[in-house]
Design a protein around this ligand. Sequence first.
Ligand SMILES: Cc1ncc(COP(=O)(O)O)c(C=O)c1O
Length: 367
Amino acid sequence: MIEKEPNLLSRLDQGKLELMSQIFKPNHSPNSVCLFDRPTPLDLLIGDHVQIPGGLLVKRDDLASPIVGGSKQRALELILAEALNAGIDTVVGSGFAGSTSLTVLAVACARLSLRCIAVTSPVRQTPTVVSNLAIAVAHGCQFKVVPNGTPLRSTGSAVQSVVKEQVGQGRRVFVVPFGATHPRGIEGYAQAIDELAGQLKSRRLLVPTRIYVACATGRLALGLAIGVVARQLPTKIVAVRVAPLAPGFEDFTEILEESSTVEALLINQDEILSRVRLVDGTGGQPYGAILPTGQRAAKVCQQMGGPSLDQTYTAKAFAIMLAELEATPNAHGPWLFWHSANGRHLSPLRRDEALKQVPGSLFCGVQ
Ligand SMILES: Cc1ncc(COP(=O)(O)O)c(C=O)c1O
């Protein structure tokens, strides 16, 4: 249900509103499963580093559920509903071991009584990786480790051979593409703006002029951009790229083509593209590199009373936000930082217990 909010929604025509209420539907429909508690918290940070009117808001998707946090759950709610509707019993996913994406997939599958097999290659043993892996293993995720450099896309031979093996054993299999890049996922991210708008309204907070978010495949940032356009919020999305440019992702045009939400809402594609700015947050370094700017960002965030950030995704996005804050001292606020990573951990005892089941071949070094 869309709340009736005169300021924002009276500007939408009736037809568009009806379409929105079909798309932004409650979570317990056959088109969506419910994986986390909403709304995720919205914090307001104040401090010497935040000299913008309205301060800095932080959307705490890192705390999405008591077991695991992370924005990918917003996409998985819709993607896994497709799988359940198709009567599957086994999910095969691929990606970086210890990533938020595979961790939330593992927990979601456990919650929905689905078997989960993750196809992945060896990773460095960082604290985030170890913590996330332990959660995935504790929730029954099985790992299929393939050599580094093996393509992990869903149509590639590594994933397809696992699918074949499972089908051969009589399983009904659904493949969640790398990074949960199924087209329906974008819808889940667009819905998040509806949730945010409700929080801003009930707490009488100003609408953020910018949202900073970590960007890898681009779906999260694009979904947020679709959401702000659909909601007619004046917000721009700053998508901080945390990995080298993937082929076909020079800008958001190609991904936008995938999204049926946009088509259904009859929103102008150019307007969406004008709302999302892609910024390089990698400093030219490979995926997963720890950057001094990211380390500083994590410290500053904590000094402001903010959440802890992971160095692969969110610290890089926060670092770019800090740099832009310093470069534009008279910017209109508030700004919002979207915390997209998992901020939940197992107790040390449970983590160590779970890690005993992680295949040694999954680790390729300590960082
Ligand atoms: C913690 C975290 N933040 C942000 C992203 C970026 O999402 P997207 O791939 O949709 O750009 C990811 C994707 O893996 C992620 O794991």
